[in-house]
Design a protein around this ligand. Structure first.
Ligand code: PLP
Length: 408
């Protein structure tokens, strides 16, 4: 018989534990820099105005019902998602070399891709997955849950608080040929450090030479720079270069649809005479996996996103909302850096504005992070990562002073 006594206690999820500690803190000055969700200048969750509009439109539709979606999800959503990430005129779309499945947000897309690769991308041994060091911690769990072994490639250089490009390249060069390389498409979490376009080209060269398989994780398109094409550049470049690859796409951050779990998994095959039939076979297997895991995906978030993505005017509204979010974050980067420099806080702070997206890797040590929590009620992860979205014009000076105190 099953003996539940053998089940060991698992550690609490670090981030969700941090959120709980923040909620328990009764100090009115407390600052939450842990959570990876956008906040407005009043530290409140923000429903994008375009999402409100789409929601109103949907609610007016007398034919709207709660039937199941197809196994692969809402077609209007998956086809618009392909165009969004690959570009309207992508050869992969025109040549029918891409197949897409609606998933439980980005995490579900990563899982479906990992599961698919664990079943079908084999030699004698399962392929090794390479993650950046550091990476979004859930990557480790998602891929090891489907029994793929993993390693890491260097990514962040402590001394410069920038990309460890040489370390990354030499590890990819030394990796077993055919390894799966997980790449953050933009706004790398947790560091906020992205390769330049020239660096991406070199990364692509090594991946091609070593016959590795690229797996892109895109959770911040449009949210990073405010420009959808710019944030999608790396993926589009790899597709242009003829790679076969996977993409896990999330609409949590760029639509503010966190809890609605809207996302998409894409498989793009290389240009070949039988590409269309390859994609059809892949799609048929993805459908089986999806059916056994979630049967079919949740409808609401996908309907909202599809309404916006397929309407010119709403799309333009969305782009403006993306500019609002990314613009406020960029402003907070500037404000934080200049306040720290004004205070003469020991260290260099240019990395705050060099980094991009939701997060900044401050370079603060674990000891300093804990001191910030104890002395100043500032909550951030132990690795020194802050969510820029938690800063606003009311608390950025307070935070800069708290950092100054913790560093001295
Ligand atoms: N990948 C990265 C790098 C992320 O930062 C996140 C969210 O924080 C995700 C994927 C997936 O998030 P979700 O499942 O909410 O779409």
């Amino acid at each position: 018989a099953f003996n539940a006594d053998v089940v060991p206690q698992a550690p609490e999820d670090a981030l969700f534990g941090l959120m709980a500690a923040y909620r328990r803190d009764t100090d009115p000055k407390k600052v939450d820099l842990g959570i990876g969700a956008y906040r407005d200048n009043n530290a409140k969750p923000w429903v994008l105005p375009v999402v409100k509009k789409a929601d109103e439109l949907l609610r007016k539709d007398p034919d709207l019902n709660h039937e199941y979606l197809p196994i692969a999800g809402l077609a209007a959503f998956t086809s618009a998602s392909q165009k969004l990430i690959l570009g309207d005129e992508s050869p992969a779309i025109l040549e029918k070399r891409a197949t897409s499945v609606q998933t439980i947000s980005g995490t579900g897309a990563l899982h479906l891709g990992a599961l698919f690769l664990s079943k079908f991308y084999h030699t004698k041994e399962p392929r090794t997955v390479y993650f950046s060091d550091p990476t979004w911690p859930n990557h480790f769990q998602v891929f090891s849950n489907v029994h793929l072994p993993y390693k890491t490639y260097p990514y962040f250089k402590k001394e410069t608080k920038a990309l460890d490009f040489d370390g990354m390249i030499s590890t990819l060069e030394g990796a077993e040929p055919g390894s799966i390389i997980v790449l953050h498409a933009c706004a790398h979490n947790p560091t906020g450090v992205d390769p330049t376009q020239d660096q991406w080209k070199k990364i692509a060269d090594v991946i091609r030479e070593k016959k590795h398989f690229p797996f892109f994780d895109t959770a911040y398109q449009g949210f990073a720079s405010g420009d959808l094409a710019k944030d999608g550049w790396a993926i589009r470049y790899f597709v242009e270069q003829g790679f076969e690859l996977c993409i896990a796409q999330s609409y949590a951050k760029n639509f503010g649809l966190y809890g609605e779990r809207a996302g998409c998994f894409h498989f793009v095959t290389a240009s070949a005479a039988d590409a269309e039939s390859t994609v059809q076979r892949v799609a048929s297997q993805l459908a089986i996996l999806q059916r056994s895991e979630i049967s079919n995906p949740p409808a609401y978030g996908a309907r909202i996103a599809a309404t916006v993505l397929n309407d010119k005017e709403l799309f333009a509204d969305w782009e403006a909302d993306l500019k609002t979010m990314s613009g406020r974050i960029i402003d907070m980067r500037k404000a934080l850096r200049s306040k720290l420099e004004e205070l003469g806080t020991p260290g260099t702070w240019n990395h705050i504005t060099d980094q991009i997206g939701m997060f900044s890797y401050t370079g603060l040590s674990e000891k300093q992070v804990l001191k910030l929590r104890e002395d100043s009620h500032v909550y951030m992860t132990k690795n020194g990562r802050i969510s820029m979205a938690g800063l606003n014009t009311n608390n950025v000076e307070y935070f800069a002073k708290a950092v100054d105190k913790a560093v001295r």
